[in-house]
Write a protein that binds this ligand. Structure first.
Ligand code: NAG
Ligand code: NAG
Ligand code: CU
Length: 183
């Protein structure tokens, strides 16, 4: 019995470890995939974003011809009404990488007249991460990874250090919960 228990703990720990590693690396999402950010071809950006599990630290890339389009982050009401009169932020390079660093909805529209109305608008919704402990910021900051994806080590380092005990405690808590359910 003890042997089985130990194996279960190990398996669960491994599972949680691998899943949390996956969570901590920011994914890069190109809006519209190969179509990019456009009004051509009636790209359904709702359909594009709906199945995606966006996480904090993910990078959203808008690729477009800056002569014809732009990117503005707006509020929900402005997103719905395609109102670009007071954007939260404006991006105009044609190759804009936006790192998502808060939970919830992030609404983006093209402010060129008619484009948002034609469907050039997207909602990036970051849900709660299911595999990490319920601490205020533990899951939110990507652990610095030695790849080009690591967004800013300077910012991430102090956080990940201070969150270590929290994360460990979270795993332990999860394991105990699972064991409690199993036995
Ligand atoms: C657009 O949004 C701004 C700021 O939110 C608001 O003052 C303005 O009335 C809105 N315009 C329209 C046409 O809804
Ligand atoms: C956009 O920028 C990324 C790096 O941030 C680069 O890899 C990519 O080739 C660029 N795309 C275009 C069309 O310039
Ligand atoms: Cu446009």
């Amino acid at each position: 019995m003890a042997f089985v228990l130990e194996n279960t703990v190990l398996a669960v720990l491994l599972l949680i470890l691998t899943s949390s590693v996956k969570v901590s690396i920011g994914e890069v999402y190109k809006v519209g995939d190969s179509a990019g950010w456009t009004t051509i071809g009636n790209v359904d950006y709702k359909q594009w974003s709906a199945p995606k599990k966006f996480q904090i630290g993910d990078v959203i890339v808008f690729e477009y011809n800056p002569q014809f389009h732009n990117v503005m982050q707006v509020t929900h009401a402005e997103y719905r009404s395609c109102n670009a009169s007071s954007p939260i932020s404006t991006h105009t390079t044609g190759n804009d990488s936006i790192t998502i660093d808060t939970r919830g909805h992030h609404y983006f529209i093209c402010a060129v007249p008619g484009h948002c109305q034609a469907g050039q608008k997207v909602d990036i919704n970051v849900l709660r991460t299911p595999s990490v402990a319920p601490s205020p910021s533990a899951s939110s900051v990507p652990v610095p990874v030695p790849t080009v994806l690591a967004p800013s080590p300077n910012y991430a380092a102090p956080f990940s250090a201070s969150n270590k005990p929290f994360e460990k405690f979270g795993w332990l808590w999860l394991v105990l919960q699972i064991l409690f359910v199993v036995y």
